[in-house]
Design a protein around this ligand. Structure first.
Ligand code: URA
Length: 428
């Protein structure tokens, strides 16, 4: 591979050619080592964004990203491993109740998670709202928590798919995130390197997701299912609605509170429905089809596993959660039916209130976010609270309210309203 150079790789993709396996292996390795410059990879990422990749190229690209770092191995655990990954949404706190729930049903759940960027939230940011909780664990600590609590939710170590870490940060600042080949290879390289035996993908569709249209989400899902299956990971995908936020909260501590309500047997119907649907898929894929996740929510065993997991990672499950310094209520402008509560608008508002970050190194506010008192299809009366905005930085309130402009619509009661189901399709 001595004759490779970045410019010829970029030109191949720029001119709509197919990259050879050698070109792909070389460019990923050389970029990880710093030999290919950021501006060169940025140009290649844009060429891929515009011209796509064949399934053969995507498979090789994914394999090269896996090979850029370590692979983990959970085969010594006495239980089958199951993991889920969401492509990212607003109010998507499902990992929090799901991991301990699936652990309570007999699988081991090694859940390597990320932080939020832009309008989408990140699981680690949410859990860090719990006083004392630690996201960064050594491999040995991770295994200890898994053995003790059945599930662990933590940050991926630096050794796992380092090529993706660099490339994802680059894509984030070069307008090349929303590309099916790049998203599929990014997610699957991490999940395959993590060494899970089975994987359930929650592919979000709608305004609050990277994929706005069902056809694109289908293509992304089937690409990822193909990659997982080729690497010996039992993989299925659910396409799920992200036109409106999940549940009634978007924001870190607010979402932890709602997740605990689900673990206590309550919580919003859509969060419970999706948690159970994903749990059933994970248990099936892990070879535990007879487990009953609804029972584990109702009888408190999922809550027990949650408390063990949080405690094992230094957190206090009984500590009061942080609250924002200021709140602001958005009332219903008229009486009728809430017809639109747009996921992107709410996500952007939560982000501007301080729940998310603009740059990777920025801190997040634990208490900031949006609480939703009504969901699409609910009847509302003029003046009743629709949303409560929470923030430590009230000077940002006007920007948050601007984000909600046009995203919250109350229609005439007789207009009729058809709520979208949470789970739209299954691929696998
Ligand atoms: N999540 C990832 O891990 N990678 C992407 O490219 C998009 C979402």
């Amino acid at each position: 591979m001595g004759s490779m150079d970045a410019i010829s790789v970029i030109r191949t993709k720029r001119d709509r050619g197919e990259l050879t396996p050698d070109q792909i292996d070389w460019v990923i390795d050389a970029y990880t080592r710093g030999e290919v410059a950021h501006e060169q990879m940025s140009s290649l990422a844009m060429a891929i964004f515009l011209n796509g990749m064949t399934r053969t190229e995507i498979a090789r690209w994914t394999a090269a990203m896996i090979a850029s770092g370590d692979r983990m191995d959970f085969s010594a655990l006495p239980r089958p491993t199951a993991d889920k990954h969401s492509t990212g949404g607003v109010g998507d706190k499902i990992t929090l109740p799901l991991a301990p729930l699936v652990a309570a049903c007999g699988a081991a759940v090694p859940q390597l998670s990320g932080r939020g960027l832009g309008h989408t939230g990140g699981t680690l940011d949410k859990l860090e709202a719990i006083p004392g909780w630690r996201a960064h664990l050594s491999n040995a600590e991770m295994l200890d928590v898994l053995r003790d609590a059945g599930s662990v939710i933590c940050a991926a170590g630096d050794g796992l798919a380092p090529a993706d870490k660099k490339l994802y940060a680059l894509r984030d600042v070069t307008g090349t995130v929303e590309s099916i080949p790049l998203i599929a290879s990014s997610i699957m390289s991490k999940k395959i390197a993590e060494g899970t035996g089975s994987l359930v993908l929650d592919v979000k569709v709608g305004s609050g997701a990277f994929m706005k249209h069902l056809d694109d989400a289908r293509e992304l899902a089937s690409t990822m299912v193909g990659l997982g299956t080729d690497h010996g990971v039992r993989t299925v995908a659910l396409l799920t609605d992200m036109s409106t936020p999940l549940g009634r909260t978007a924001g870190n501590a607010l979402e932890v509170r709602e997740s605990v309500e689900v673990l206590a047997g309550g919580g919003p119907a859509d969060v419970v429905e999706l948690t159970l649907a994903l749990a059933r898929e994970m248990l099936d894929a892990a070879g535990l089809p007879d487990a009953d996740p609804a029972k584990a929510l109702a009888d408190g065993s999922a809550m027990d596993h949650w408390r063990r997991m949080i405690t094992a990672q230094g957190g206090d499950p009984d500590a009061p959660l942080p609250q924002a310094r200021e709140t602001h209520i958005l009332p219903a402008p008229s009486s009728g039916v809430l017809t639109t509560l747009d996921a992107y608008a709410v996500g952007l508002a939560a982000w501007r209130l301080g729940a998310g970050r603009a740059r990777k190194e920025d801190p997040v506010q634990a208490g900031a976010g949006v609480e939703m008192h009504a969901k699409p299809g609910d009847t509302v009366v003029a003046g009743q609270p629709l949303l409560t905005l929470h923030t430590d930085t009230p000077e940002k309130l006007p920007y948050a309210l601007e984000a909600l402009d046009g995203g919250v619509v109350v229609g005439a009661a007789e207009a009729g309203f058809h709520a979208s189901p949470v789970v739209l399709e299954r691929i696998g």
